[in-house]
Write a protein that binds this ligand. Structure first.
Ligand code: SF4
Length: 220
């Protein structure tokens, strides 16, 4: 896609979503990391509702370790995969405490070596806390960027590489949130709201849908 078109897409998205930021509620870098770990295959809303009470008593690795896996499960049992997430959270808290003096490491490799922290979680963390312009690719970013035609990819890792190479620097920090929020509220997985969409004149998906309709009406 041409650079001027990419710029136009992000200008329009930014106008539509003026303060693109995470919807996860957190108190410090550690609680943000915990929220992102919990958010895998769960909604931000359900994570926020569970962490509201959890973060009152466990905002630091030491407190999380003291709470223990069993009690932690009581706080997060409304969230999908809570058994494995509880185990990972206790183990990553121990590593952060012992190896990094209680502070979440900044290095990408150190982050992805923590239990339950993959590329996506580490990228979200670096983007939000360290302001590093990374585009973490979740289900929304993957769907939206392929539908619009920013990329043509088959998996999140390729999508991230491609987006980070084609999107102009000035959008890299906000692109992740713009694409997520656009996917969550407008370009939904089922029934995207194309009619009122800010980028519908630039979108590959809507063009191909229109083309399909034109072909089928000509065939009638
Ligand atoms: S026009 Fe439709 S498919 Fe394209 S980005 Fe907008 S909502 Fe998504």
């Amino acid at each position: 896609m041409r650079i001027d078109k990419i710029n136009k897409i992000f200008q329009k998205l930014e106008k539509h979503i003026p303060s693109p930021k995470t919807e996860l509620k957190y108190k410090n870098p550690f609680t943000f990391l915990i929220s992102v770990v919990l958010s895998a295959q769960s909604t931000d809303k359900s994570v926020n509702s569970a962490t509201k009470e959890l973060f009152k008593i466990a905002r630091k690795p030491e407190a999380m370790i003291s709470l223990g896996e069993k009690k932690l499960k009581n706080y997060i049992k409304t969230i999908g995969l809570y058994n494995s997430k509880a185990k990972n959270i206790i183990n990553l808290s121990k590593i952060i405490n012992e190896k990094f003096n209680g502070k979440v490491p900044n290095d990408f490799k150190d982050l992805t070596n923590l239990p339950g922290v993959g590329n996506k979680t580490a990228s979200v963390y670096q983007n939000e806390i360290l302001k590093i312009p990374r585009i973490a690719v979740d289900t929304h970013v993957f769907r939206v960027s392929n539908r619009i035609g920013l990329v043509k990819t088959k998996n999140p890792d390729d999508t991230q590489k491609e987006l980070e190479s084609i999107i102009p620097k000035k959008w890299l920090k906000s692109a992740h949130h713009l694409l997520i929020l656009h996917g969550r509220y407008t370009c939904k997985s089922q029934n995207p709201l194309c009619e009122g969409c800010a980028v519908n004149k630039l979108c590959k998906y809507i063009k191909s849908e229109k083309d399909k309709k034109n072909i089928s009406s000509k065939q009638k």
